[in-house]
Design a protein around this ligand. Structure first.
Ligand code: EPU
Length: 443
């Protein structure tokens, strides 16, 4: 089935209520899957979301020679990298997903060469890879672009001191994986330390790598050890947590996200409290309850690297500001073109103006259902949230994004009482559901 035949229908919903749990983080699982190429043998990942990005990474690793089983019911992914024997990633695979740039280093570590088609993925600004490339070169990687390919080779990764001018998540992850393969000590200065990066570090440590974090944001790696396969339960997805808490807030409800980590969402939760919502954190930061205020106050915020307000929750949080009392200024500092959802929210009656990278929102009493198009993963979340509170019915297309980022989030929302339904014509090619069914049958 083509994604174009699918849409999400969202109707104004009652106050959401109930308990719900999260899958593992989509942005952790992709890089962790790539990191398994550093090992030979069978690894097992738990709480894996069945999102289409995960499916694409499965296809990518299979195209290199890995054997993979995915149990859809248990959310368990078993990857055997013993037979991986290719170092070339074709454009048709690479274009599906930007995260596939993450296999460049692991292929170099294994084969000393890698041919990777240029990355695809969300259209959020330019999304260059200059921080990756500059530091690869420092580590002895020769890299050139030929046609639609990046061709790289290395004799041996050279350890040393690497500085990132901005704490890029992807660059930090790539350099970490290069550093564990480099014989000696490597420092990554001004590294990203998002929970997803920390989950990769936990996996690399389980494999046998020596990694230490030094204040304020340096990662020191003593590399060169032989790495072994691992078993790992992924960190809970803080962005899925954000979506569910915001769904409770926008419908005036009360929801308990049982395995959400409050310590991973500190600034976000602070802003929800400033809006007037009651946030209760579980013991040892595990579990978050949100009890919504009926009269939310608008708040302003600015996105920044962890532990600041996450850019991936900027669009979803904006949906709430559209219906809050007063004026909100949202400053997107991480990506230069991540306000595409504004136009779609305006179609629903939101009052928003854009000044550079800032969105200025004046709260309105009501939003109205409309036909809207999701332009990236988090925009799809924002529009679904707005739809829950909007009068009437919202029809959202652009569902490939929803499916890339979330595993059946509509079903989780529906289980809490939301009137949301995914419609699809089942007549064309096999759906994502069927693809995962086929992978489960290998169990
Ligand atoms: N940047 C450069 N040069 C580089 C790398 C990054 O200029 O070589 C810039 C980017 O253009 C951007 C900023 O640095 O303006 C931050 O980019 P970063 O590298 O941190 O982002 P990423 O690794 O490409 C990951 C997530 C994104 C998430 C961002 C920011 C994955 C697979 N992707 O992307 O996730 O928005 O970090 O937190 O982990 C999403 O999940 O919806 C999503 C887009």
């Amino acid at each position: 089935m083509s994604m174009h035949d699918m849409y999400l229908e969202i109707k104004q919903s009652p106050e959401l209520s109930g308990d719900i749990s999260l899958f593992g983080a989509k942005n952790a699982v992709l890089v962790i899957m790539a990191s398994l190429l550093l090992t030979r043998g069978v690894s097992r990942l738990k709480n894996v979301p069945a999102s289409s990005d995960v499916l694409h990474m499965i296809r990518l690793l299979e195209s290199l020679g890995a054997s993979i089983r995915f149990d859809r019911q248990k959310h368990e992914l078993v990857i055997d990298t013993t037979q991986v024997n290719k170092w070339c990633v074709k454009p048709e695979i690479m274009n599906k997903m930007r995260a596939s740039i993450l296999v460049l280093v692991t292929l170099l570590a294994r084969f000393y060469r890698a041919d990777i088609a240029f990355p695809g993925g969300c259209v959020i600004g330019n999304r260059p890879i200059d921080f990756h490339v500059k530091n690869f070169q420092k580590m002895g990687v020769e890299i050139e672009s030929k046609g639609s390919y990046l061709k790289a080779h290395v004799r041996s990764f050279i350890p040393g001191e690497l500085v990132l001018e901005y704490p890029s998540i992807g660059a930090t992850e790539n350099l970490l994986m290069a550093a564990v393969a480099a014989p000696g000590s490597t420092k990554i200065i001004n590294a990203a330390l998002e929970p997803e990066v920390m989950d990769l570090i936990a996996v690399l440590q389980k494999m046998g790598a020596q990694i230490e974090i030094q204040a304020p944001a340096t990662i020191e790696v003593r590399g060169g050890a032989e790495l072994k396969p691992i078993e790992h339960e992924l960190v809970a997805d803080r962005l899925e947590a954000g979506a569910l808490l915001l769904a409770a807030a926008i419908t005036g409800g009360s929801v308990h996200v049982t395995n959400a980590r409050a310590d991973h969402l500190a600034v976000f939760l602070l802003k929800l409290e400033e809006m007037g919502h009651l946030v209760k954190k579980g013991l040892k930061s595990k579990g978050i309850v949100l009890e919504a205020t009926k009269s939310p106050q608008a708040v302003s915020f600015k996105t920044s690297p962890y532990p600041g307000f996450p850019t991936d929750l900027q669009a979803p949080m904006m949906a709430l500001q559209c219906l809050a009392r007063g004026r909100s200024v949202i400053d997107e500092t991480v990506f230069e073109n991540r306000l595409v959802h504004v136009r779609e929210l305006q179609k629903m009656g939101a009052q928003i103006s854009i000044e550079g990278a800032k969105a200025i929102i004046t709260g309105v009493d009501e939003l109205y259902g409309a036909r809207v198009i999701a332009s990236d993963i988090r925009a799809s979340c924002a529009l679904a949230l707005a739809g829950l509170a909007a009068k009437g019915t919202t029809i959202m297309t652009g569902l490939s994004h929803w499916q890339r980022g979330y595993d059946n989030l509509h079903k989780k929302l529906a289980s809490l009482g939301a009137h949301v339904h995914l419609y699809s014509s089942t007549t064309i090619s096999p759906s994502l559901e069927n693809e995962f069914q086929k992978l489960s049958h290998r169990y």
